[in-house]
Design a protein around this ligand. Sequence first.
Ligand code: ZN
Length: 258
Amino acid sequence: MIFENRNIYRQFNTRLLGLCLLAVMAISCTETEKKEAAIHLDSTADSTETETGYSDMERAMINQGLKDIQQIVPDIMVDLKYSSSDNFFKTDAYGDTHRAFLQEKPATALKVAQYLLKKKNPNYTLLIYDAARPLSVQKVMWESLDTIPSRNRKNYVADPNIGSIHNYGCAVDLSIFDLSTQKELDMGTPFDYFGDLAYPRKEKQLLENGKLSVIQVMNRRLLREIMLTAGYDPTTSEWWHFNFYPLARAKKNYRLIE
Ligand SMILES: [Zn+2]
């Protein structure tokens, strides 16, 4: 959440041969695959949104212009980790909100990512852990860690006074789910693991010293490859987090989600 500078990631990318090859692959397949994805988008752009059954928080997000991701990508999976106590702060911050929302452009980009993923393996699907996050939820997360001094707390969660890209509906946390095994792909750590093992910038070293397996690194690279091609940027510290816009651009384009 704090290392969201795309330039830092790209500096690492140029130093790591594996990631460099991945970037070349992503660039080389971008044009043709994006064209194919655009055709796919056109042919499936007729889904209509119904507001039946939305929670108050979900309805508020719709009223602020956010899109229900599953209305745009019907086969994407959603398991909001902050809508249960199965998270790092052991608190259900979303209550009866279980759907994932994003601004329209990032949500549409996920349709491209899902298309590219299914081309790689039809049994795979994206699994969303968190997407647009109202400021009220950010505050719950921040205050739940009140035993940690605020200067250190920023290592775990963005300060609500500064805001996260999630708070503008332009960032998503996600993984890949295998429908054939009914399991998430092994990424080496669970979601919201705070430590070196989750850092994309340390993968080469973690692979060399046996802390991550080849399969785990390949799974992460697959996720990054499709997300990069779809228009998202990864971060250096969380394999699951992707930004559609940097924070300054998100703030310029959109209002903070209340
Ligand atoms: Zn995130």
